[in-house]
Write a protein that binds this ligand. Structure first.
Ligand code: NAP
Length: 253
C-alpha cells in the first residue's frame, strides 16, 4: 500500500513512518521540510497521487488561539480536497481524548474544527484520540509555572508514551476505516498534579506542583473526567518510570 504521513517528520510522525516501512508499505514522510505543505497546498497533489491511506499527525507551528484554528481549518480543507481528487480510501487523524470537552481552549477549538472537517469530508476515516504524551508533561509544567510552584487544575490523567501511540496509529492505518473515534491511553491513571510532580522530581527540578481550583489547562477548566478515556480504550504498555528511563537512555546515546 502507498501511505502518506502528513507531519511525517514530527515526534509521532517519524515513528509511524518507521512502523509502516518496517511492515513493507511504501510510506511517504510528508511535511514542509520535504516540500509538502497542507496550508499552502504545495506538493500535496503529487504526494497523494496513488495513495491508499493518509495519516495526519501534523501540528500547528503556533499555539496562539487564532493561528491554531486557522492551521487546522486550512490544512483540513486542503487535505480533504486533495484526498478526494486522489481517491484516497482511508484518512487517519491523531486527536486528543476529551477534545469535545475542551472547547474553552483555543488549541482544542482547532482540534474540534479538524475533527468536524474529517467527519463531513466523505472520505472514510478513523479519528484516533490519544491522551497526553509523557513527552508533553514538561510543556504542561511550563504552562502552569508560577515562581517556585506549578499550578494545575485538579484532574485525573492517563498519559501515554509516544512509542505506544505511534504503534497504535500505524495499526489503525493498516486496518479498515472505523468512521468514528477510537481512544488510546497509557497503562496507568493518576492525578495530574502527581504526574507533573513525578516529572519535576525525576528531572531534578525543585519546583512544587500544586492543585489550584482556579488554574486552567491551556485555557480550559478541567474536572476529573475531562482528560481520561471512556470505556475500553486501547492501552499502551509503557508506564512513567519505564518511559523516563528509556528517554534518558536515548538522550545519552
Ligand atoms: N502533545 C500531546 O500530548 C498530544 C496528545 C494527543 C494528541 N496529540 C496530537 O498529536 C499530533 C502530533 O503531535 P506531535 O507532537 O508529533 O507534533 P510535532 O512533533 O510538533 O510535529 C508536527 C509535524 O507537523 C508538521 N507540519 C507543520 N506544519 C505543517 C504544514 N503546513 N503542512 C504539513 N505538515 C506540517 C511538521 O513538519 P516540519 O517538521 O516539516 O515542520 C511536523 O512534522 C498533533 O495533531 C496533536 O494534536 C498530541
Amino acid at each position: 500500500m502507498k501511505i502518506v504521513v502528513i507531519g511525517g517528520s514530527g515526534l509521532i510522525g517519524a515513528k509511524v513512518v518507521e512502523h509502516l516501512r518496517a511492515r513493507g508499505h511504501e510510506t511517504i514522510a510528508a511535511s514542509p521540510a520535504s516540500g509538502v505543505n497542507t496550508v499552502t497546498g504545495e506538493g500535496l497533489a503529487n504526494a497523494l497521487a496513488g495513495a491508499h491511506v493518509v495519516v495526519d499527525v501534523a501540528n500547528s507551528p503556533s499555539f496562539e488561539d487564532d493561528a491554531v484554528l486557522a492551521f487546522f481549518q486550512t490544512s483540513g480543507r486542503n487535505l480533504c480536497a486533495a484526498e478526494k481528487a486522489a481517491g484516497v480510501g482511508h484518512h487517519v487523524a491523531l486527536s486528543v481524548v476529551g477534545t469535545d470537552r475542551l472547547e474553552e481552549s483555543g488549541y482544542f477549538r482547532g482540534k474540534i474544527a479538524q475533527e468536524a472537517l474529517i467527519r463531513e469530508s466523505g472520505v472514510p476515516y478513523t479519528i484516533v484520540r490519544s491522551t497526553q504524551f509523557f513527552e508533553f508533561v514538561g510543556g504542561i509544567a511550563q504552562a502552569g509555572a508560577d515562581g517556585d510552584t506549578v499550578r494545575l487544575p485538579p484532574a485525573d490523567i492517563q498519559p501515554i508514551a509516544s512509542d505506544d501511540i505511534a504503534l497504535a496509529v500505524a495499526d489503525y492505518a493498516l486496518a479498515a476505516p472505523i468512521n468514528g473515534v477510537v481512544e488510546v491511553a497509557g497503562p496507568e491513571g493518576m492525578r495530574l498534579v502527581d504526574l507533573v510532580q513525578r516529572y519535576l522530581t525525576a528531572t531534578g527540578d525543585g519546583r512544587k506542583a500544586i492543585e489550584d481550583e482556579q488554574a486552567r489547562y491551556f485555557g480550559a477548566r478541567l474536572n476529573d473526567d475531562t482528560l481520561v478515556p471512556g470505556a475500553n480504550p486501547r492501552l499502551g504498555s509503557t508506564g512513567f518510570d519505564a518511559w523516563f528511563a528509556r528517554s534518558r537512555a536515548v538522550a545519552a546515546r
